[in-house]
Design a protein around this ligand. Sequence first.
Ligand code: SF4
Length: 263
Amino acid sequence: MPTMEPTHPPEQFNLSIKTPAGPVTTTVEISTGFVPVTQIVPLMRKLGEQAESLEQQRAVASGQKISCAKGCAACCRMLVPVSAPEAFALRDMVAALSENRRQVIRRALADTTARLEQAGLLSQLRHVAETDRAITDDAMEPINRAYYALKLPCPYLENEACSIYEDRPAACRELLVTSPADWCQDMVNKPIRALPVPLRVSTILGMLWSDLTGSPPRLIPLPLALDWADRHAAENRASWKARDLLDKALDTIWRFLSQQPAR
Ligand code: SF4
C-alpha cells in the first residue's frame, strides 16, 4: 500500500509506492485549502513516469532495447484514452494558450472530427465518451482497430512532434516498445512488443473520478476530450480538500495495483 509521511507538517509529504517495476518515491506539497481534481493530475503523471522509467531500466538491464526515439510519432496514430481529470486539465491548458494557438488546435480538432464522421467512427467514439456503462477492453478492441486503420494523426501532432508535449496525456507517456520501430507503422500485421505499464495513470485517474463523482469509470477518446470537457465543465467546479484528494488518489493507486496480475 502507498505510504505517506509528513515532513514539515502539514504541507509536505514523502510518498512511497511499491509498483511491479520497483518503488517510486517523491515529495509532494499539499495546500491546506480546497482544490479541483485537475490539481492531482501532475503528481499522478510524475509517479507514472517514474514507474515507467524503472520498467525501462529493468528492460535494458535484461538486454532488451527500447526502440522508441525522438522524431518517431507512429503511435500518435493510435486512439489515446484520456481520463476525465486529464480532459479538464487539457481544457485549462488550452484556455491559457494564445488565441492563435487555440485556433490552430480547434481547426485540427474540427478536421479530425470530420474525418471520423466520414469514416463512420464519430458516433461510436461519442458513445465511448458519454456512456454510463464501463466499456470493456474487448468492446474497445474493434474501435481501436478501426481508428488505427484510418492512420489519422493526432490533432495535437504538428510536423510529427507533439505540440502539447509537457501536457500530453498519461497514455502517451506509457507506450514503449522493444519490437523494431518500423513495426509500429503496421501494428495490425506486425504486433508490437510493448513494455508492461506499472502504473496506468489514465485508468487510475478514471477510477478516482468515478469514486469522487459516482459516475462509471470513463476514458474519453483524445480527439473528443476538449469537447467533452467543455460540455461537462460544470462538473469541474467541484473541489475537494487537497489532503483528502491526495488520500483518495493514493487509495486508488493501491486498488489499481492490487487488481494487477502478479508478474
Ligand atoms: S497528445 Fe502528443 S504524444 Fe499524445 S498522441 Fe497526440 S501528438 Fe502524440
